[in-house]
Design a protein around this ligand. Sequence first.
Ligand SMILES: [Zn+2]
Length: 188
Amino acid sequence: MRSTATADPVMAQAHNEWIEGALCPLHTPKFLCDEMLRGFGQWLRVAGYDTTLPASGTQDRDILAAAIAENRWLITRDRELLEHRDAPQHVIYLASDGLEANLRELTRRLNLDWHHAPFSRCKRCNTPLEPGNLPGREHPPYAWQKVFCHCPYCEQTYWEGSHVKRMREKLQRFGRWRRFPDATPTSA
Ligand SMILES: [Zn+2]
């Protein structure tokens, strides 16, 4: 009954299966998604993961250099990125096609927790969100909805409307793809 080590065995198992000598943190990972994965990256932000997207036209070598400098996992659909010397420690190549399949693939490879910190980062710009409405802004976009957080950078507001409800439901669904949900012992 002794709880030896919270989630670590889970992550260790995920780690051993797919990468040796990983340099990026697997606990609370940070990400950089390549140009083809913008929508994908936005979902990582919705779940609360620090996720950057390169400016369009950025060269592969610069994207990889940024990932290394910032200790991020570079998520890509570009197989050529695997040929770079530093790729094994920093690049996660997604072989699947389509947003949903990509999300599922990463979930299973990292045992990604989609309830990490939902709505703590701006989906649009990755800035940490702040509670409540924009300072000095009395009226939310729709008067009957209560704004629960806002982005201090791009001024996007988030309120409990049908859009946010759908996003929460999607996070729930993504979470079911995890191989090792926290409450379930790993199958030996
Ligand atoms: Zn923002």
